[in-house]
Ligand binder design. Structure first.
Ligand code: ATP
Length: 373
C-alpha cells in the first residue's frame, strides 16, 4: 500500500476571503462544509498552491490576494511528505513582480516551484472541470499535461520550451525574410521537444490503460483514452524516426504556416479523446451524470497510478464531488478514496452527505471566511 502524505497544519493570510485562517489536521480526510460563498473552494485552492502552477482555478496571482489587503497573500503548510516532515510557504509579496510566486521549503527560498514535487503531489476535481469533455481541446490537453506532470515533473518545462520555440518560428515566418539555417535549427529543436511531449503523453495513456485492465470493477466507469490530432497515422516507432517525420512536416508547411500566422502541426494540436467503455460512446455525448462519473473514474485512476509510481498516495482535492451522487455511489466513492491511502479534502454544503465517512474524516465548518471544527 502507498504511503500517506498528510498535512498537519494549514495557515492562510490574506488569501481570497480569508484575512487569517489556521487549521490543525490529523492524518484523516478533511471535510469542509458551509453555505455557498463561505470559502470552501478557497481553502482547497490554498492547498492546490502546494503544487507547481497557478492552482486549481488557474488564477492570476494578484487576484488571489484578499480584496482590500495590503501586500500579497501567503499559504503555509506543515506536512509529512515524500521526504519526511517539511514546512512549505508560498505566496506573493504584493510588490513588484506579482506574477511570480515565492516558495520557501523549511524556511529556505526555493529556486522553482517544481521543487514542490519532491514533497507531495496534489490532484483535484472541481465543478469547473465538468465541461471538460464538451469544451475546447486546449482544456483537455492541459488536463492531460497535468496528469503527465505528476509522474514526470520535467514535462512542464518541455511544454514551455516548445511553446517558446514555436513562437520564434511563427515570428520568423511572419517576418517573411529569414535565414534558412536559423529556421532549420529552430525547427529541429521543436521536433525534439514536440516528439518528447507526445511520447510522454502516450506513455501516460499506456500506463492508465494497463492500470484499468488490472483494476477491479467500481461504480465509476473506466474511460478509454486516446490522443488525436498529431501524427495520428504514424505507428509508434523510435523517437528519432518520429522527429525526422515531424521535422519534414515543419519544413514542408512553412508557406502554409506563414499564411496562417501560426504553426498548424504539432503536439499543441493534439486532443485527448475519451470514451465510455461500457456504453462504447464518446464522453462528449454521454449524459451529465455519466460525464461526472467518467471524470471521477479518471481522477481515481490517476491517483492510483501516481501512488503506484511514486509509492505515495497524492493529496486529493474533491470540490463538491458528492453533490450529484446517490447514496450508494457516495459510499462506494468514499471507500475508494479511503482505500487509495492518501489524505483527501472534500467540500459540500451539507455535512450529512459525508456521514458515511464517519471516523475516517475530520469535519470543519466554513463560514464567511472563517473555519472551525
Ligand atoms: N481576492 C478575494 N478577496 C476577497 N474575497 C474573495 C476573493 N476572491 C474570491 N473571494 C470571495 O470568496 C468567497 C468564497 O468563495 P468560494 O469559492 O471559496 O466559496 P465556496 O464556499 O466554495 O462556495 P460554493 O458552495 O458556492 O462553491 C466568494 O464570495 C468570493 O467572492
Amino acid at each position: 500500500m502507498a504511503q500517506k502524505i498528510s498535512l498537519s497544519q494549514l495557515k492562510l493570510t490574506n488569501f481570497r476571503n480569508y484575512t487569517e485562517a489556521s487549521l490543525t489536521l490529523d492524518e484523516r480526510h478533511v471535510v469542509l462544509t458551509g453555505e455557498n460563498g463561505a470559502g470552501k473552494t478557497n481553502l482547497m485552492e490554498a492547498v492546490s498552491f502546494l503544487s507547481p502552477g497557478r492552482g486549481l482555478r488557474r488564477a492570476v496571482l494578484a487576484d488571489v490576494t484578499r480584496v482590500g489587503a495590503e501586500g500579497g497573500f501567503s499559504v503555509f503548510a506543515r506536512l509529512e511528505g515524500m521526504e519526511g516532515e517539511v514546512s512549505l510557504g508560498t505566496g506573493i509579496d504584493g510588490e513588484g513582480e506579482t506574477s511570480v510566486r515565492r516558495l520557501r521549503i523549511n524556511g529556505t527560498p526555493a529556486k522553482s516551484t517544481e521543487e514542490l514535487s519532491d514533497h507531495l503531489s496534489v490532484l483535484w476535481l472541481t465543478p469547473a472541470m465538468d465541461g471538460l469533455f464538451t469544451g475546447p481541446s486546449a482544456d483537455r490537453r492541459r488536463f492531460l499535461d497535468r496528469l503527465v506532470l505528476s509522474i514526470d515533473p520535467s514535462h512542464g518545462r518541455r511544454a514551455g520550451d516548445f511553446e517558446r520555440t514555436m513562437r520564434n518560428r511563427n515570428r520568423l515566418l511572419s517576418e517573411g525574410r529569414y535565414d534558412p539555417s536559423w529556421l532549420s535549427a529552430i525547427e529541429a529543436q521543436m521536433a525534439g521537444l514536440g516528439i518528447a511531449m507526445a511520447a510522454a503523453r502516450q506513455e501516460m495513456l499506456g500506463l492508465l490503460r494497463t492500470l484499468s485492465a488490472t483494476s477491479e470493477e467500481t461504480p465509476f466507469p473506466s474511460p478509454v483514452l486516446a490522443l488525436e490530432g498529431f501524427l495520428d497515422d504514424v505507428p509508434e516507432g523510435p523517437a528519432a524516426d518520429l522527429e525526422d517525420r515531424y521535422l519534414a512536416m515543419l519544413r514542408e508547411s512553412r508557406g502554409r504556416d506563414a499564411a496562417a500566422g501560426r504553426t498548424l502541426d504539432g503536439p499543441h494540436r493534439s486532443d485527448l479523446q475519451v470514451r465510455h467503455r461500457e456504453k462504447d460512446m464518446d464522453a462528449a455525448r454521454c449524459s451529465t451524470g455519466e460525464q461526472k462519473a467518467l471524470l471521477i473514474g479518471l481522477i481515481l485512476a490517476h491517483a492510483r497510478l501516481t501512488a503506484n509510481m511514486t509509492g505515495f498516495a497524492p493529496v486529493l482535492l474533491l470540490d463538491e464531488i458528492a453533490a450529484h451522487l446517490d447514496e450508494g455511489r457516495r459510499r462506494a466513492l468514499f471507500d475508494l478514496i479511503h482505500d487509495l491511502g492518501g489524505q483527501s479534502f472534500m467540500t459540500g454544503t451539507d455535512r450529512s452527505m459525508f456521514s458515511a465517512l464517519a471516523e475516517r474524516a475530520q469535519f470543519f465548518t466554513v463560514d464567511g471566511g472563517s473555519v472551525r471544527p
